[in-house]
Write a protein that binds this ligand. Structure first.
Ligand code: PML
Ligand code: MG
Ligand code: MG
Ligand code: MG
Length: 248
């Protein structure tokens, strides 16, 4: 689903909301209504353009455990960005590459998908221009997520659920070194650095309210072709969750 104000995105409409579900056929209608509700109750306003597509998924579903979550408090956006830089540096990414990549995010408010960055050179590897790569075919059952939050003593947060689901899929691919994200939503200032090595590291403040620049960067190894990487991100169905029985 994607929704915009003032016409379709490709005709200059302003992005309001996006989302997707991966569901059984039996749940399809309920999930479709949830996406309509999401688009039409957004703090960014009511969209004038709304589009939803339904695709049949035939690939084998992969099950993945969620990344562990930690939260670091930042007093202001400057300190939050500094923290983000140091968390990325923990993955062996150089200051120069981090600076180059962060400039892309700081000046970007119209990337609908992620930018794929060579972790050694800082060059962008996808050729999707402002469209970016949209990670798709992923889900985490609401009940399982909520029980997991309870067990981990985390506040249930829908934004975090969506971002953590995505980050878990992205970071489970061996080409991903780390992901950096903060929202382009001017009302949401928490961001994160995520990786298989360090988990999902939230930073409470990485931008000031009102700032519309944001998006996602995936720092990757350049030792394989990224075509199969992009195929995994876009098309391979992934279910996030734990097998633990929380009732016991
Ligand atoms: C969180 O952990 O609170 C989510 C941070 C990133 C949100 C990205 C988005 O919703 O656009
Ligand atoms: Mg969105
Ligand atoms: Mg925007
Ligand atoms: Mg958004």
């Amino acid at each position: 689903m994607r929704a915009a104000l003032g016409g379709p995105h490709e005709e200059g409409g302003k992005h309001i909301s996006g989302g997707e579900h991966l569901s059984s056929k039996a749940d399809m209608q309920v999930k479709a209504v949830e996406l309509i509700d999401k688009a039409f109750s957004h703090t960014q306003g009511e969209p004038t353009f709304f589009q939803m597509t339904i695709d049949k998924v035939e690939e084998h579903l992969q099950a993945i455990k969620p990344l562990s979550v930690s939260t670091i408090d930042a007093t202001d956006a400057a300190q939050g960005r500094k923290l983000a830089r140091s968390l990325l540096a923990d993955h062996g990414i150089s200051d120069e590459v981090i600076k180059k990549a962060m400039n892309l995010l700081e000046s970007s408010n119209d990337n609908r998908g992620a930018l794929i960055i060579n972790a050694k050179t800082g060059e962008r590897l996808d050729e999707r221009k402002e469209k970016g790569v949209r990670v798709s075919h992923l889900y985490w059952e609401k009940e399982n997520f909520e029980q997991w939050c309870k067990q981990k003593e985390l506040v249930v947060n829908q934004r975090m659920k969506e971002a953590l689901t995505l980050a878990t899929k992205v970071c489970s691919h061996p080409l991903t070194i780390a992901e950096l994200c903060w929202s382009d939503d001017p009302d949401y200032i928490t961001g994160y650095v995520a990786s298989a090595a360090k988990g999902y590291q939230r930073i409470t403040k990485v931008k000031e309210y009102g700032d519309e620049a944001g998006g996602r960067l995936f720092f990757v190894n350049d030792d394989q072709s990224i075509d199969s990487y992009i195929h995994y991100l876009e098309k391979i169905p992934v279910s996030i969750g734990t097998e633990e029985n929380y009732e016991l």
